[in-house]
Ligand binder design. Sequence first.
Ligand code: MOS
Length: 742
Amino acid sequence: MAPYIGTATSRVDGVAKVTGAAKYAAEFNVPGLLYGSVATSTIAKGRITRMDRSAALRVKGVVDVLTHENRPYMADNDQAYKDETAPLGAPFRPLYDNKIWFNGQPIALVVAETSEVARFAASLLRVEYEREAHVTDVYRQRDSASPVREPTSPIEALFAPPKPRGAPEQALTAAAVRHEAEYYVPIEHHNPMELYASTVIFEGNGKLTVYDKTQGVQNVQQYLCGVFGMKPDDVRVMSPFMGGGFGSGLRPQFQVVLAVLAARALQRSVRVVLTRPQMYVIGYRPAMIQRIALGANAGGTLDAITHDAVTVTSQYEEFYRQETGWSGLLYGCANARYAHKLTQLDLATSCDMRAPSAATAVYALESAMDELAVALKLDPLELRLRCYSDRDQHEDRPFSSKALRDCYRQGAEAFGWDKRSLAPRSQRDGSDLVGWGMATGIWEALQIPITVRIVLTANGHAEVACATSDIGTGTYTVMTQVAADMLGLPLSNITIKLGDSSLPQSPVEGGSWIATSVANGIATTADAIRGELLRLAKQIPTSPLANANPDDVALADGKLVNRRDGSRAVSIADAMRHGAVDRIELERTNSPDHDASRAHNTHAAIFAEVKVDEQLGVIRVTRVVSAVAAGRIMNPKTASSQILGSVVWGIGMALHEETLIDHTFGRIINANIAEYHVPVNADVQDIKVIFVDEPDDSNRLGMKGLGEIGIVGVAAAITNAVYHATGKRVRDLPITLDKLQR
Ligand code: MOS
């Protein structure tokens, strides 16, 4: 039997998804379900002084209107609201009191027999406010931004700027060639297709089953227990499918609190679905101002890097990631300094969005590197190769593997990079200016503890269970492939159970760590299953495996087989029959050793071609080649889809995406996917994905994960191509045609 791992495999949940059999959080129905509609504040900062619910309550079909004044019990301490991924600070508490922290904040939940009635009645609430002056403009606040805190825990240390090296200011002054500039990335939004939604089923015994749109069912369960003082047995959180997450579902969002609040108040089942505009209020990629200075010697190697970042968070929490240090992982440079400041605005807390910190910081770094190449009159790829580093300079350690050179070589070859002319505005296609740009991508390869249960039955079927989530990335499929190979069964004999808080422990799906963690977890539990089968097989009189050790045997084709002598085998059915068992159920936790002696990263090289209409300034991304080094590729089909999607998102980041705030009101004004521009089919042309071979021994399966690496560097490759096409450097995203014509 050929291995499934490494073979292009269609999604095992594909048919369920396209036929509608796969149910999402807002699609679970029970008789008597109530619908909640969220009313939101129209001011950005201040207090609610009066709320008149009477008109809303008079509407036929309205059951209740919950506000901070009449809501049932909620915890009164910050710790209770801290979820697994909460940043420093005091988490937002929906409907807790009369204080307004941001425009669009939930201030009431109208609960009715139908969603239409709830929504109409919500429009009848009369609210009076006492306003305070607000600020939502990062540029107005940048001078009062404060440095992120000195880390007090290992987690905080991960997000703080790295330590400085050498004497960067002196090295900059002494450098033969210098480049210094400021780069801006605006607030952006995840915009998953599926709306934030929670359906709370009020079970007869007072227990709750919560279908929630989340990347972490156990995270939401623990959070709800904290907020409402419930016991874990009283609330089960389910998220079998998810219509896109990208980080937006890492933290419990307020609709789940409101739905549970209403279910508890009314002793009924309740669904709350946010509208698209309401989704814009919570969770966004923080705007980022970055100043980068690079100093190089005439030979084109780096002497100095300084990187100063300012990012955005709320008034009540301090969300930030390690924005500034990616250069120290990517490029050799003896002198470096990093600084990160935070501005607190009257907005909701910013949050993780695909490749948080790298997507934005590497855009700036790789733009600056392109500008340095121009100053050095050097091919941009050649500059990267001269600055290539085989060590993580922050910690002075090697990489577990780094096949970035192969990415550069194979990507450049597939793109035809060697035919690029050095000068900008030197390539044309009719009335279009043609530009070629490139950039590097980098992300982390993480693995964290996870628990997997396998139930193997005598008929050769296995159920593999873990509380992890498949946020659309293909986790069901990769889990199926790994289980099939490890248990020696066909794909169709494997059933995956996930997205259920009652299943064995899993962290949130994020950081590109789940595929690696759960796959190695399956391998560990499958070992235990094999050991148990061998124990049973040895009990068979004159067993062909009588003297075998667990390492001597493998599971293949439904049998336990001696690895050296395939004729010595016992079928799963025979082993279990002789042992008088019809099922083997085992659960194991896989806790990876933390290997701090080496850096663990994925890499990519992205090459982009743009065509720019010289008269109109319209930019088309006509070709992209993304060459990725991410360890062993489990499923080339779903893996390519991950990278393709990321490249499309990179096109959006470079040319389209921008959340706009009317600072007079502190309100997001393009809170819909018509006016928040994302790439459409016509914006997506030829994209080629290459996976380079990258053996890695950091974990048994040689995996690294690739949920996020695909977007890192894409925007810079495109904007560098725009410069090459036009000779005009635009340093604030997105590059809309007005900026090009300015
Ligand atoms: Mo990802 S931003 O960790 O969901």
